[in-house]
Write a protein that binds this ligand. Structure first.
Ligand SMILES: *Cc1c(COP(=O)(O)O)cnc(C)c1O
Length: 390
């Protein structure tokens, strides 16, 4: 569904998040109705033959779904958007929509793990070859493009290791060669990185993270330019993609507060990242918004803000001491996903095939929630004391 109205593009991002998709509300009720629908009736034989109505079948959309599609297209600044049942489903749907047997795909080496698995298994089986590239390659991507390269896939900052990609340089080289650029834009929430202004053709998000924002639903979004839209729409519909109305409602609710939540996530994350950078136990803070951190210059050039997700590399420590630190944390939960209101931490091991990354020391990925940062710092300080004592 195309975005709501031309005028909305002229409003500032915070206002757009409040206004977007509201044209699907009825009866003066602020929010659109949550329609549970499969069958949608046609009034006459002729109307059915002609499919002469806006809504024709549950899978093909309801006003609830259209409201979120419209709002996401507005948020991302793309032509139109589709909603998938998970973030991973948006990745697979977008790639299956754009690629054919015999095509070549370039994927950042810092890509989200399950995306890598999809490329290495199902796409490989379909005769689509993936080459992984150094996330920091920038304009050098031109050297990896082949006549059969169809898509260059970016994710910035990279999953876990947080390299900031030079997306404009990559997208420019891709376009010169007639390739499409697809971006996993989850980290920025679609709010702090304008994928289309930086040359991307398709922007994906795990709406599970910041759009839903409360750790209570799984969804994904695919937004595209007008040129890329027909392939995305066709692939989405052919694959039978759809998203349930209650989850769509939760995403619409989440969107309304995305701006204020992200602002606080960033504020809190910066306070904690600065504190961590001074801790003896910490070797490096991987948070592009932190002055002096890797990727800070490109982040400053291309992003308008930062989310609450970042990583650190600790100085070498035993598994047992790490377990002591993490098991005793009171405010940081250990679990996957992120983007909710609560703070999280997970250990990880960087996985690389096309770029070097320091190994041998523990890495932690933090999601900084909406708690008071002083309480979070006290929790972490006690954790480091346990790490030292173990
Ligand atoms: C979580 C995540 C996904 C997948 O989203 P799900 O909703 O968990 O399927 C994709 N990309 C990134 C960067 C993610 O963090």
């Amino acid at each position: 569904m195309a975005k709501s109205s031309p005028e909305i593009e002229n409003l500032s991002p915070a206002t757009r998040l409040v206004a977007a998709g509201r044209e699907y509300s009825e009866h003066g009720i602020v929010n659109p109705a949550v329609y549970h629908a499969s069958t949608i009736l046609f009034p006459t034989y002729q109307a059915l033959i002609d499919r002469a109505q806006e809504y024709t079948y549950g899978r093909r959309g309801t006003p609830t779904l259209r409201a979120l599609e419209s709002a996401v297209a507005t948020l991302e600044g793309g032509h139109a958007a589709k909603i998938c049942p998970s973030g991973l489903a948006t990745v697979t749907t977008a790639l299956l929509s754009l690629l054919r047997t015999g095509d070549h795909l370039l994927v950042t080496d810092a890509v989200y793990g399950p995306t890598r698995l999809f490329c290495d298994t199902m796409l490989k089986r379909l005769g689509i070859e993936t080459t992984y590239y150094d996330p920091l390659i920038g304009a050098g991507i031109a050297g990896l493009l082949r006549p059969e390269t169809r898509v260059v896939y970016c994710e910035t900052p990279g999953s876990q290791t947080m390299e900031v990609q030079d997306v404009p340089a990559i997208a420019h080289a891709a376009h010169e060669a007639g390739c499409l650029t697809v971006l996993d834009n989850t980290w920025s929430g679609g709010r702090y990185f304008n994928a289309f202004a930086h040359g991307c053709d398709v922007s994906l998000q795990a709406a599970t993270k910041y759009i839903v924002g409360h750790s209570d639903a799984m969804l994904g979004t695919i937004t595209a330019t007008e040129a890329a839209w027909p392939l995305i729409k066709d692939g989405y519909e052919t694959l039978g993609q759809h998203a349930g109305p209650d989850d769509v409602f939760l995403a619409l609710r989440g969107l309304r507060t995305l701006d204020v939540r992200l602002e606080r996530h960033m504020k809190n994350a910066l306070i904690i990242a600065k504190w961590l950078a001074e801790c003896d136990e910490v070797d490096e803070v991987l948070y592009p918004a932190l002055p002096g951190a890797r990727g800070h210059a490109i982040w400053q050039r291309d992003f308008t803000g930062a989310s609450g997700l970042f990583s650190i590399r600790l100085k070498p420590a035993s598994e047992a001491s790490l377990a002591e630190m993490l098991d005793g944390l009171a405010l940081f939960g250990m679990g996957y996903s992120w983007g909710g209101y609560e703070s999280l931490v997970v250990p990880f091991k960087p996985h690389r095939v096309a770029s070097e990354w320091p190994e041998g020391a523990p890495y932690l990925r933090f999601h900084i929630g909406l708690e008071d940062p002083e309480d979070l710092i006290a929790d972490l300080a006690a954790g480091f004391a346990r790490l030292r004592a173990a």
